[in-house]
Design a protein around this ligand. Structure first.
Ligand SMILES: Cc1ncc(COP(=O)(O)O)c(C=O)c1O
Ligand SMILES: [Zn+2]
Length: 404
């Protein structure tokens, strides 16, 4: 079948790698499976500092179809100061807030749009809680493709300004993310649009798995003991697990038995945490999410039940955190590591803190906390916990009197 094929996650039926994302037999989601090439540590060593360095493990056949805005290979920061504050000796922050559009979404959007180009699709789009909008619009601009964004109307202004600047057709939906998602699915089908997180989802998640590849490579091909992942739809968490498993399949990692995968959600939209706490397999949708972490406000997470399976498989937990804790965690990360994140990153840092306090992470265990979006995208909510500087006359004497 060539470099890769599609396989149903449920019934395992295999398909040619076409523009298709749901199994004909059981309606299960389709995943990309590779006829694994022989790769080793040297294969990637001197490659470009983007996630396209892992080309052999990505679903694009012809390199000329790659649409790249140079995303990925973001810093894995040894967080000495935050670690000390929390009581951890081996804490790392995967700082994906410094991607070209300032969130991890450049990974899935870039792979999905490259594949849309390979399929010969004429337009792309997405349903978004904010970050995917910009990632999709920027890659579409680079690829010279029309782009349709469907997003709830209540997201942060910076995210709207950013997506509009890249030239996307922006549909601001008076409703929740789930409603915007339904509209995007219907319009995508009707107009043949490659909707990156819906009808291109099988390829989209392939971008997110590079968050596992990079962490493993940055740790010199080792697996951390704990990973904390901020979760909305659950696509990223699932993809990170797939990434580590693939590295094991190509013998770049040996053993995943020491890896614990944890899911972090905001209290105002924590359907996966609710199911985890009740120990049930079914995720019940949150009708009206209400959280400062707007990028995680996905009431009906498409991959929710697969996240629950992953937590069981990798001995992890799901935990929630409230708005105040999220905003406090943003400031804690900024003040200790100089990393400014949006609330989604505050969710993972806050959940990390709780897990350490509850004794779930031993002080020497290598731990990676994913920080997936940039604080500049959510200044209106972050300002609510900061003291607005008073405007002062440009007078040395008066200012000296105040600062001492
Ligand atoms: C910054 C950020 N972090 C995390 C997520 C969660 O990703 P997923 O929906 O794949 O769970 C999102 C988007 O949904 C996001 O924008
Ligand atoms: Zn199936």
């Amino acid at each position: 079948m060539g470099k890769n094929h599609l396989q149903c996650r449920e019934c395992k039926k295999e398909y040619e790698p076409t523009f298709k994302y749901i199994c004909d037999e059981c309606f299960g989601p389709l995943d990309v499976k590779y006829d694994f090439p022989s790769v080793n540590k040297d294969t990637f060593r001197d490659r470009e500092k983007t996630y396209w360095r892992y080309f052999e493990l990505l679903p694009i056949i012809d390199k000329k179809n790659i649409v790249s805005i140079e995303a990925g290979m973001t810093p894995l920061v040894k967080a000495e100061k935050l670690g000390k504050e929390l009581g951890l000796n081996n804490l790392y922050i995967k700082n994906d807030s410094v991607n070209p559009t300032f969130s991890f979404k450049d990974r899935p959007a870039g792979v999905a749009i490259s594949k849309a180009k390979e399929f010969g699709l004429e337009s792309v789009g997405c349903a978004s809680t904010g970050n995917l909008a910009s990632a999709t619009a920027a890659h579409a601009a680079k690829a010279n493709m029309p782009c349709y964004i469907f997003a709830p109307s209540n997201i942060e202004t910076a995210k709207i300004a950013q997506a509009l600047s890249y030239g996307a057709e922006y549909i601001s939906v008076d409703g929740t993310y789930d409603e915007a998602n339904r509209i995007a699915a219907q319009i995508g089908d009707r107009k043949g649009v490659g909707v990156v997180n819906i009808n291109m989802r099988s390829y989209y998640v392939e971008g997110s798995k590079t968050l596992a590849y990079e962490v493993a490579e940055q740790l010199d091909w080792n697996v951390p003991n704990h990973l904390i992942v901020p979760t909305g739809s659950g696509a990223m968490l699932n993809a990170i697990c797939k990434g580590f498993e693939e590295l094991q399949s190509v013998s770049l990692l040996d053993d995943l038995s020491s890896m614990h995968m944890h899911c972090a959600q905001p209290q105002g939209c924590a359907p996966i945490v609710d199911a985890f706490d009740k120990n049930v397999d079914k995720v019940t949708a949150v009708e009206q999410p209400n959280t400062v972490a707007k990028s995680l406000a996905i009431g009906d997470p498409g991959d929710g039940r697969y996240v629950l399976k992953r937590l069981k498989q990798y001995n992890g937990v799901a935990k929630q955190t409230n708005d105040k804790e999220i905003l406090d965690a943003i400031l804690l990360l900024a003040k200790t590591e100089g990393i400014f994140t949006e609330p989604a990153g505050g969710v993972s840092v806050s959940v990390l803190k709780k897990m350490v306090e509850e004794g779930k992470i031993d002080k020497d265990e290598p731990t990676v906390c994913y920080v997936t979006g940039n604080g500049l995208k959510a200044t209106e909510s972050i300002m609510t916990v900061l003291k607005k500087p008073q405007v002062m006359q440009a007078d040395v004497a008066k200012i000296s009197a105040v600062i001492g």
